[in-house]
Design a protein around this ligand. Sequence first.
Ligand code: SF4
Length: 410
Amino acid sequence: MAAQREAAASSFAAAQPAALPDHVQDPAAPHSLLDTGDAASCLAECNLLNSVPVLQVHPTRRCNLACAHCYTESSPGESETLPVHLLAGAVQDAAALGYGQLAVSGGEPLLYRDLPALLAAAKAMGMITTVTSNAMLATPRRLDELVPVLDGMAVSIDGRPDEHDRMRAQAGAFDKTVANLAHLRERGLPFAFIFTLTQHNADSLAFVIRLAAETGARAVQVHPLTADGRAAHTLSSAVPDGLELMAGLMAAEVLGADLDVPVQVDVLLREQLGTLCRQLVPPTPVRQLKDAAPVLIVEASGRVLPYTHAVHPALALGNLQQARLSELATQWLQGASHGSRADRLARACGAARETLLAQDDLLAAYWYDTVAAQTHRQEGAPVTFKPNEPAWAVLRDLEVTPQMRAVAMV
Ligand code: SF4
């Protein structure tokens, strides 16, 4: 399941925020949307306020669906898949580099035959393990293999049944997903929903939050659609504007509290730009991979990208098919005439923050897109995707409440 950077996926932070990275120290930030009651557990694919750096792995682009919004352009016809021994090596290296969570996305992870072995490799290194899935293949048999090595599942729900099926390009998809939630509940496997916010569906968020309350989902993550991958062709006009982002934020605030469901919206408020400087902009020179790449992405091709899948390819670490992650990380941190790639990414974060702060009437923005767009400007290649628009003056007079602050995340 890849669509929403499930993204952002991603994004459910740890229950025990004992080991915040140096540049992530905000005691006011919500750290726990999915609390298993024992260890730190989360469903984050990307979240700067997450206390645990995340290794996000896409082991395959094969999927039972071909959703309209899929940024990895996965489908039943795709066969790109990485061997588990390569990924297990990356997991070991990532753990040694301070990554505490493995978040498996896709393609549909449940179609990756070696998923139990991959998750077991992460558990052996003490990592939290999460899977983002459409859950249509979450059969009792498959779940029984996974439950011993899986801490939580992020399940995509894109709105009411007809909206969900349209986005998923398959009639009956919603019913299959929701029916399988019973198997997750029976096994005590914590799950949360991921909802892709478009320009047209903020009003569906109420339905999804209610569904979460009814089905036992621990949380709802609201992730803005980005015009990447298949969405660039099918949904580029559905990228939410500022008004829709704020509508999502307000719905999350009101309904989440009413129904007692934690809701996180992957939106950066203007005031957070000011207060979260150290979280948003890694200090240079960057000394550790996790400082500049609190989310590290392994694509099904083996390419390793820092931060978000849309960063300029020149900032990639390299490919696991050519070298181990530990070697790629060392090279990435080493300087060249224009500085290390790590420092260049940090500079892009700083410039992205400056760009947003310069907009006097900015209220909210999608941070990851802003950084990605900045890397494309900085590295001298054309922007190949359409960044989400920040929220502009139309909402200038809207009061940001403490509750809105609590649900907005980066
Ligand atoms: S279910 Fe499959 S096609 Fe749909 S968004 Fe996820 S990975 Fe892409």
